[in-house]
Design a protein around this ligand. Structure first.
Ligand code: HEC
Length: 423
């Protein structure tokens, strides 16, 4: 959570605000986080109530009698949130800005959202009244869900759209974009004597100084997780490979339409599409998600991790632990998904030989593009590169191995002797 006191607090009527991390329901849009206006002796709901007045089902008994009776809906002890914040935003930093550097921010409330979901990773700016309270607006009040300008989502509870205090974004679009920038996760914030803002961010272990630059504003960085051109290229590879075409249809019908729709924006599927359109839609959806699929390297993608429940994160579909036993063919679908990814790019799969320093790879002009750990698999598209003797060209590796210095068009190259056949 985060706390902020108006400079005139504790004089009567001045704001003492708390930004709250709500419970972690699996739904991306539920529940909302909260800004509470703190008053002595009140209860703000956690963990018994979420959103504005929704009782948490597992506390039904607590809410039936005693001091917490009907806490969320009809109890003078409870004080509903002053405003909702984006769901899963995870506010950890909050302050009133006072400083010489940014007159346009003077007196405003800044809130840093640490959450890693597409509703977090940003710094909000609230316009406030004379007493330091953000100014609520009637529903719908919308917020960004991706670094693209649209679509925007409105603050909602089970009752539908609700009023909330609208905000602007001081840092927006701080999503990870392959080869362009990492995801940001603001934790703490303070104002320097000269009015610049210090921000501590823990995803990349950085301390950032927000200052005013001389000259023109820099153009916004691109937002796509994977460029449209690359998605087109990959979709064409799949379309041109009969076996992968079959695999894709199998997955679309047996996995996605049975077990994934209803969430993840239905993988983009719309009523009335032909079978071929459905296949293409599902593939393009998965390719446009951050880190789901790294062609040639199924082990690195979240799709495989989630379908098999590897690692700490939740199995997909949620609650699907028994599917491999109860549904004939389900286990095979997961292998089909791995094969689709492994064979997505035409070329030869090869493994990176163990031991340093051969893990480095380069662009066409010898610019260093990153390092791939030993034993990782890449798809080699040219074993002997004519104009780069001693090197092999491979398809772009998984993002975590890119240092952001190279572009796909320039190609990725590694010394031939550092590649060994996949057994
Ligand atoms: C009931 C809704 C629901 C269904 C059904 C569902 N998912 Fe999810 N999925 C979520 C939510 C919510 C998250 C994010 C929360 C989390 O990280 O666990 C998520 C996360 C994921 C992630 C990780 C995303 C990331 O960026 O980290 C992948 C991959 C994924 N799901 C794939 C699938 C696939 C494939 C299916 C079908 C087999 C599926 N999901 C079915 C709700 C669902």
């Amino acid at each position: 959570m985060a706390l902020a006191l108006h400079p005139n607090f504790p004089d009567a009527g001045y704001a003492f605000l708390q930004a709250e991390n709500g419970r972690d329901l699996p739904d991306v849009f539920k529940p909302n986080e909260e800004i509470n206006a703190i008053e002595q002796g009140r209860h703000y709901g956690w963990p018994y109530c979420y959103d504005l007045s929704t009782p948490s089902p597992e506390f039904r008994i607590v809410l039936q009698s005693g001091v917490y009776r009907s806490l969320c809906t009809a109890n003078a002890l409870y004080k509903a949130p002053f405003s909702l914040l984006p769901p899963h935003g995870a506010p950890l930093a909050m302050l009133y800005y006072h400083g010489a550097k940014f007159p346009e921010l003077e007196g405003k409330l800044l809130v840093g959202l640490h959450g890693y979901r597409p509703t977090g990773s940003r710094v909000l700016v609230y316009d406030v009244d004379d007493h330091g309270f953000p100014k609520p607006a009637p529903a719908p009040v919308r917020y960004h869900v991706s670094c693209a300008a649209d679509p925007t989502h409105s603050f909602q509870t089970e009752a539908g759209d609700v009023a909330a205090a609208p905000f602007e974004e001081l840092i927006a679009g701080w999503y990870r974009v392959n080869g362009v920038r990492p995801l940001g996760a603001p934790v703490g914030m303070t104002v320097a004597e000269d009015g610049a803002i210090w921000l501590v961010e823990d995803k990349n272990q950085t301390v950032i100084r927000i200052d005013r630059a001389a000259g023109d504003a820099t153009p916004p960085l691109p937002c796509d997780m994977r460029s449209q051109a690359l998605i087109d290229q990959l979709a064409n590879f799949v379309a041109g490979d009969a076996q992968n075409g079959v695999r894709l249809t199998t997955l679309r019908k047996g996995l996605v339409e049975k077990h994934c729709v209803g969430c993840h924006s239905d993988f983009g599927l719309k009523p009335g599409q032909s079978d071929a359109q459905k296949d293409a839609t599902v593939l393009r959806f998965m390719l446009s998600q951050d880190g789901w699929i790294y062609p040639g390297d199924p082990d690195s993608g979240k799709l495989r991790m989630r379908l098999r429940g590897l690692g700490a994160e939740k199995l997909m579909p949620p609650g699907g632990e028994k599917l491999p036993k109860t549904e004939p063919g389900y286990a095979g679908l997961r292998d089909t998904a791995d094969l689709l990814v492994a064979k997505m790019v035409p070329g030869t799969r090869m493994r990176i030989k163990s031991g340093p320093p051969q893990r480095k790879f380069f662009g066409k002009t010898n610019k260093e593009c990153g390092e791939i750990p030993a034993a990782k698999v890449v798809v080699v598209t040219q074993r002997n590169v004519v104009d780069k003797p001693g090197f092999s060209r491979f398809f772009r590796p998984a993002d975590p191995y890119l240092n952001g210095e190279c572009s796909d068009d320039d190609g990725y190259y590694i010394r031939q002797e550092f590649l060994v056949p996949v057994q």
